[in-house]
Design a protein around this ligand. Structure first.
Ligand code: BTN
Length: 250
C-alpha cells in the first residue's frame, strides 16, 4: 500500500475530510492528518477534544473487497496495530478496552472511529479515524479521570510523525492478512492478551438492559464473549453495546 498523506494545520474533522475526498474517487491509502480539529468526532455522536500541536489525529481511506458486515472488524485490526506501534515507540504497556479504546493505567489514550459507505450492498469505502493523546499535558475536569496521554504517563514527549509512521506500518501488515482471511483469527490471541478487562467482571450496557458478566475475550468476528451470572455465554457485538468496569471506565 502506498500511503498518500495530506496534512492540515487545522480542519473540522479528519474523518470528514477523508469522506469528501472519497467522493472524489481518491485511492485507497489516502491519509488525512491534522494538527488540530475544530469538530473532532468520537463514537456515539460524542466530540473528540483535539487541541493544537499536542496529539495525533488522522483518518485513512480504505476500499476493501469485503462484506459490509465484516467492516467493523477493521476497527479491531487498527486497535491491535496502534497498540503495537505505541509499545514499540514508547515501551509503555498499552492495552485495549473492547472494542477499540487504547488504555494506559485504566485511562484512555486513543479512540478509533470507523465509518463506512455502502452502495448496492457493497462497501464503497471505509474510513478509520484515530486520535492518540500523545503530548497533552492536562485534561478537563470531566475527562481527567478517564483520559490520559503518553506524556502524562511517562513524563516524556513523543514525535507524532514517528508514531503515525509506525501505526501505518503495523496496520498495513495486519490489513493485508485480514483481507486474506476475512476474520480476526490471526490476531485473536494477541488481541485477547491485550484486553484490559479479560477475566474481569464487567457491566454490559445494552440500549435497554444492563447486566454484570465476566469478560472472556473476543471470537473470530470480534464479538466479546461474556459469561452471564446464570452461566450462559453470550457474544456481544460492538455496534450498540458498550462495556464498563465495575467501578469505572475500565
Ligand atoms: C472514540 O469515541 O473513542 C473515537 C474517537 C476518534 C477520534 C479520531 S481523531 C481523528 C479522527 N477524526 C475525527 O473526527 N475523529 C477521529
Amino acid at each position: 500500500m502506498v500511503w498518500d498523506i495530506i496534512r492540515y494545520d487545522e480542519t473540522d474533522s479528519t474523518n470528514l475530510r477523508v469522506k469528501h475526498l472519497a467522493g472524489e474517487q481518491v485511492c485507497e491509502g489516502t491519509v488525512v492528518v491534522a494538527d488540530c480539529q475544530t469538530s473532532g468526532r468520537g463514537r456515539r455522536g460524542r466530540t473528540w477534544e483535539s487541541p493544537k500541536g499536542k496529539n495525533l489525529y488522522f483518518s485513512l481511506l480504505l476500499r476493501p473487497e469485503l462484506e459490509p458486515s465484516k467492516a467493523p472488524m477493521l476497527t479491531l485490526v487498527m486497535a491491535v496495530s496502534a497498540v503495537s506501534a505505541v509499545r514499540k515507540l514508547t515501551d509503555m504497556k498499552a492495552k485495549i478496552k473492547w472494542p477499540n479504546d487504547l488504555v494506559l493505567e485504566k485511562k484512555k489514550i486513543c479512540g478509533i472511529l470507523t465509518e463506512m459507505q455502502v452502495e448496492n450492498e457493497k462497501i464503497a469505502h471505509v474510513i478509520i479515524g484515530v486520535g492518540v493523546n500523545v503530548n497533552q499535558e492536562e485534561f478537563t475536569e470531566e475527562l481527567k479521570y478517564s483520559a490520559t496521554s503518553l506524556y502524562l504517563e511517562s513524563g516524556r514527549k513523543f514525535d507524532r510523525q514517528l508514531l503515525l509512521d509506525e501505526i501505518l506500518n503495523e496496520f498495513e501488515k495486519n490489513y493485508g492478512t485480514f483481507l486474506k482471511y476475512q476474520n480476526l483469527g490471526f490476531i485473536q490471541e494477541t488481541y485477547n492478551e491485550l484486553l484490559v478487562n479479560r477475566d474481569c467482571e464487567v457491566k454490559v450496557l445494552e440500549p435497554d438492559v444492563r447486566y454484570s458478566a465476566y469478560a472472556l475475550g473476543i471470537n473470530e468476528k470480534g464479538e466479546l464473549l461474556v459469561r452471564r451470572e446464570d452461566g450462559m455465554i453470550e457474544a456481544i457485538f460492538a455496534g450498540e453495546v458498550s462495556v464498563r468496569g465495575i467501578c469505572g471506565y475500565v
